[in-house]
Design a protein around this ligand. Structure first.
Ligand code: AMP
Length: 554
């Protein structure tokens, strides 16, 4: 029989994740819980089917690559430079604090110094996937807070690349096994690693920056959507893999740079859309593969140590991050978002712990604790975010008041609120001029600037976010025009508007009968289908009705 373990792993992973994710959703739990549980079920520590433990982490790695690539697509070099002053010291201090706490716990458990260092480092680095998913779900990636968090993550990523390289070199000193045939000392290993990272970045900025956009444009001109999609995937995966193989940087970092370079091309939005479905599917496999590593028995064997580990990850690390961000005079809302984003550990921690065990630095117990801490902190993370979602809108409103940012005049009186200033919204805005005070919310920075220039009271930002809607004086709005193209976003906007303002007339944009049903169900007064309105417009220009047969008769 031919070997189908790859297919079996994908099918079992996606299938079980789907079923358990749906159940979790039904129970109003984060879907992540379902994915992790699916992993535990197909893992080796529970009876029944066991998925391929070599393949699952590799599939997960593809998810990491596509996620980081997607983030890169929304990032420019300028963004990265803008956050470096807080992200670098922040990440370094947080890694230091977490390592110290991990070391403390290790000493209390009677482990060696080297074990403590590895354990602490493993607790210090947050999971890319968990962080990005949480930020993406809330559309925070492109906010100032989100950018700091992503920059911070990249610094952590770089630090871990260094740690993975230096650990074998340092192993002898730390009391572990020094690997055979070692070339040069620690200083040498350090210099080589830094040199490779610098070479990689230079290569991407000089060669990649010219070649990648050129390829994309050539392919876009062929007019083949299929080839374009393939080009995007080939570049994302190819650069990630190549940079890991040639320069020794992580897949994630390679993919991030590939995305960042593509972001400079005007085709980047299209490129991002092409990778979305694949990205989401593989991100699910990431959580399944983490679940597979988990041995539930550790919770019974060693509950106190597990709780202490979790406390370091969720409380200790967060406090350190909070203090640092506040020390940089950023508002509390930013500090909390960053702390919560980073209050978890994941893929890098396993790799580090695995390496520690193989170097005989870390006892097996240490790896089990890291795994338990990862699973539990990933489970706790959505709860922390839910708490944050409730807390933040008010906090941000207060911070705005305190900073003296003038509220919009129209927002304080009865007004119409328009969301989206594109093909539909623009016409609506023009038509409303002089009829009613108007506030417009527009997500696109340049379009928002155009709006301001055209004299409209404008709020830049995504209307899905509660704080943006709040600023627009939702409770005073008499009419809400939801002119955004995505019906799911429209539904989320309408839901919030309806809750804040039962009287408001809500008019929404739809494409299909299913959209109309969804939008009306969430509280829209009217939902208009583009095609139907075009038909009405055509008929309005059609020949007038002929006199009826009776009247025409002699
Ligand atoms: P069009 O499809 O041409 O009518 O353009 C839609 C407009 O709505 C674009 O300018 C988008 O930037 C904007 N838009 C889409 N989604 C949102 C949102 N959630 N909040 C605010 N503006 C949005």
């Amino acid at each position: 029989m031919h070997n189908t373990s790859l297919i079996a792993t994908i099918v079992a992973g996606l299938g079980l994740a789907f079923v358990l994710g749906a159940i979790a959703n039904r129970l109003k739990l984060p879907v992540l819980v379902g994915y992790l549980l699916a992993g535990v079920l197909v893992g080796p520590f529970t009876p029944g089917y066991v998925a391929d433990q070599e393949l699952a982490p590799q599939l997960a790695e593809i998810g990491v690559i596509l996620l980081m690539f997607g983030v890169g697509l929304h990032f420019s070099l300028k963004d990265l430079m803008a956050v470096k002053n807080i992200a670098i010291p922040g990440a370094v201090v947080q890694i230091g604090a977490a390592t110290a706490m991990g070391l403390g716990l290790a000493v209390a458990l009677g482990w060696s110094l080297g074990a403590g260092v590895v354990f602490g480092l493993a607790l210090s680095v947050a999971s890319t996937v968990v962080l990005l998913r949480a930020l993406q779900e809330r559309r925070l990636i492109e906010t100032g807070r989100g950018k700091i968090a992503v920059g911070w993550l990249i610094v952590e990523d770089l630090a871990m690349v260094l740690a993975l390289v230096l650990l074998p070199a340092l192993s002898g000193v730390l009391g572990g096994e020094a690997p055979a045939q070692q070339t040069g000392g620690v200083g040498m290993a350090f210099a080589i690693t830094i040199g490779k990272v610098v070479a990689f970045v230079a290569f991407m900025l000089i060669v990649g920056r010219r070649v990648i956009p050129w390829i994309l444009h050539r392919i876009a001109h062929t007019g083949s959507r299929e080839l374009f999609r393939l080009a995007v995937l080939a570049i994302a995966l190819g650069v990630a893999f190549g940079s890991a193989a040639l320069f020794g940087v992580s897949f994630a970092l390679g993919a991030f740079f590939a995305g960042m370079i593509m972001a400079e091309s005007e085709l980047s939005q299209q490129a991002a859309n092409e990778t979305l479905p694949l990205r989401d599917a593989f991100a699910v496999l990431f959580f399944v593969s983490i679940g597979m590593l988990f041995d539930p028995m550790v919770l019974i064997r060693d509950p106190v140590a597990v709780l202490a580990t979790l406390a370091i990850i969720v409380i200790g690390k967060s406090l350190a991050a909070l203090v640092i961000v506040l020390a940089f005079k950023r508002p509390m809302s930013t500090a909390l978002t960053i702390s919560v984003s980073l209050a978890q550990i994941g893929e890098f921690s396993f790799i580090l712990a695995g390496l520690g065990v193989s170097l005989k630095l870390l006892p097996d117990d240490g790896r089990d604790l890291v795994l338990a801490g990862a699973i539990l902190s990933i489970l706790v993370n959505p709860l922390l975010f839910a708490w944050l979602d409730r807390l933040l809108p008010k906090m941000i409103a207060k911070e705005r008041e305190a900073s003296g940012e003038a509220p919009l005049a129209a927002a304080a009186q009865p007004h119409a609120l328009l969301i989206g200033y594109g093909r539909v919204g623009k016409a609506v805005a023009e038509g409303l001029k002089g009829r009613t005070p108007l506030v417009v919310i527009e997500d696109d920075v340049e379009r928002a600037e155009d709006l301001r220039k055209a004299g409209f009271e404008t709020i830049g930002g995504n209307a899905v976010k509660p704080e943006v809607l709040l600023k627009a004086g939702l409770d005073k709005a008499t009419h809400l025009f939801v002119a955004v193209p995505n019906p799911f976003e429209a539904a989320r906007i309408i839901e919030q508007a309806r809750a804040a303002n039962p009287q408001c007339e809500i008019i929404a944009r739809a494409y299909t009968d299913a959209d109309v049903a969804l939008l009306k169900q969430t509280g829209a007064t009217h939902a208009l289908i583009g095609e139907e309105e075009i038909a009405k417009g055509m008929l309005a220009r059609a020949p007038k009705k002929k006199p009826t047969a009776g009247a025409g008769h002699h």
